[in-house]
Design a protein around this ligand. Structure first.
Ligand SMILES: Cc1cc2nc3c(=O)[nH]c(=O)nc-3n(C[C@H](O)[C@H](O)[C@H](O)COP(=O)(O)OP(=O)(O)OC[C@H]3O[C@@H](n4cnc5c(N)ncnc54)[C@H](O)[C@@H]3O)c2cc1C
Length: 449
């Protein structure tokens, strides 16, 4: 069987079950959906993709009284939304605040930071309004210096955020970090951002699905969009079961976007695998040896960064993005690589073992910026994609912004930095070759002091 790669595949499959994961094992019963799309359907807004982007769009449109139908190829939350690390952060791709300043200038960077803050507040608000039980905790975020030489830049970032945003970011020195948060061999200080949630991503997706349906949205599973044409002003989408006619279409397919779905998105994204391992629960001795006591969500200051956190049942979730091909052999060796890297951080945990691992496709754009906008030549087509692997908060917020735009609600301003046309990757179908070289280069850069 050819391994699935969104660059080449016709689509992400049809009616597939959620992949095995720690999240699936601990989610409890998942809510009902509306089953496959019928043979003929008329709707006002059709949403392609039933992840956070699509479900949030549907929720916010339905609340305003619009008729909205989600078409999901597999199950709602089947893509990244049901399998991520559960870090809800203030994020616009991977840009730090200093990156925002150098790319857009200080005034625009401040506006953009405000959007990232609003995106996290939106997650809090949705959880509250929907009574979503997704084990959410106000965790905070630590960006850890894995080598002594990386600490100064993190300290400078904290100072910049304090000075320009009056935001309570802080730099935690190595001694304090090791004493109060986490020990190990690679904890040389950290930037602390107090705003971030740790949560159960599949329970969150299930909660948003429930909210969207309760508000009146219809969510069809096992309904991949396999064709798309226009009949006058009406969009006509084909599914294996029939056709869906809609006045407007929203695309929320992100890393799982098949080629040919819409011309704006052809070759526009580089799908990259993100892979997670989960250990057995730490014993008291494990905790004492590693001093892994922090509830913060964690990443490290590296090009090919790792992300990790302590789960409520004391397991460690540890993820990274070095896997290139989704084959059983490569996945197994990447799982071993992630485990080696975890143990390199916490040598005293050697032997803790892996009890779960899974992966999914995140989406990068050429300029590393997410996009939330209308199609270049059709104001009735909207998309939100390219979250650069950090889309929990932004995708839910993007859905809200798209809904506001469709409803003509000017009170929810668009994110200007996400509004530019997407530039396609040249030789997109050959991109796995330079990607391999780039990852070797990143590993070399990350190995330097
Ligand atoms: C392992 C992993 C860890 C991650 N960790 C984090 C994290 O901790 N924090 C964070 O902020 N971000 C994280 N992310 C990224 C985050 O999960 C995503 O940015 C976010 O979930 C994107 O949501 P989405 O709704 O846009 O896309 P998805 O949830 O991927 O949903 C896209 C959906 O579109 C469907 N689809 C595709 N084509 C079609 C079609 N033709 N017709 C119908 N349906 C279609 C797919 O079946 C899929 O369900 C992680 C991702 C992965 C894979």
């Amino acid at each position: 069987m050819t391994p699935y790669d969104p660059i080449f595949a016709d689509g992400p499959g049809t009616g597939l079950a959620h992949p095995a994961s720690y999240w699936l094992d601990t989610a409890g019963p998942l809510p009902a959906d509306d089953g496959p799309a019928p043979a003929a359907l008329d709707t006002e807004v059709a949403v392609i993709g039933g992840g956070y982007t699509g479900l949030s769009t549907a929720l916010h449109l339905a609340r305003r009284g619009h008729r909205v139908t989600v078409l999901e190829a597999n199950r709602p939350g089947w893509g990244c939304s049901g399998r991520n690390g559960g870090f809800a952060r203030m994020a616009f791709g991977r840009l730090s605040f200093s990156d925002m300043v150098s790319r857009f200038g200080l005034p625009a960077a401040k506006v953009l930071f405000g959007h990232t803050k609003a995106s996290l507040d939106n997650v809090r608000q949705m959880i509250r309004e929907g009574g979503i039980d997704c084990d959410a905790s106000e965790a905070g975020y630590l960006k850890v210096a894995p080598k002594p030489g990386r600490a100064a830049a993190l300290a400078a970032e904290a100072r910049l955020m304090q000075r320009e945003l009056d935001y309570p970011a802080e730099f935690i020195d190595a001694r304090t970090l090791q004493r109060d948060h986490l020990g190990g061999a690679q904890s040389f200080g950290a930037l602390r951002i107090p705003d971030a949630l740790a949560l159960h991503p599949l329970k969150l997706a299930a909660g948003v699905l429930r909210m969207a349906r309760a508000a009146g949205a219809v969510v069809h599973a096992s309904s991949p969009v396999t064709g798309w044409r226009k009949d006058g002003a009406t969009h006509v989408l084909s599914t294996p079961h029939g056709t869906v006619r809609a006045a407007q279409v929203v695309i929320g397919t992100n890393g799982y976007t098949p080629p040919g779905l819409h011309r704006d998105l052809d070759a526009a994204m580089m799908p990259i695998l993100s892979h997670i391992i989960v250990t057995r629960p730490m014993t008291d001795a494990d905790v004492a040896g590693s001093n892994f006591v922090t509830g913060h969500v964690l990443t490290d200051a590296r090009k090919l960064m790792f992300y990790w956190r302590r789960l409520p049942d004391r397991r460690i979730l540890f993820g990274g993005r070095g896997l290139i091909a989704d084959t059983p052999g490569r996945t197994a060796s990447h799982r071993d690589y992630l485990y080696r890297e975890l143990i390199a951080k916490y040598p005293s945990l050697d032997g803790i073992g892996i009890e779960h691992d899974w992966h999914g496709w995140v989406a990068f754009t050429r300029d590393f910026l997410p996009r939330i906008r209308c199609a270049a030549d059709d104001a009735t087509v909207h998309y939100a994609v390219g979250y650069q692997g950090s889309g929990v908060s932004l995708s839910l917020y993007a859905g809200r912004l798209i809904a506001a735009r469709i409803a003509g609600d000017a009170a929810e301003p668009a994110i200007e930095a996400a509004g530019h046309p997407v530039r396609p990757f040249p030789l997109h179908r050959l991109m796995r070759i330079p990607q391999r070289a780039l990852f070797y280069w990143y590993r070399f850069l990350d190995s330097r002091p």
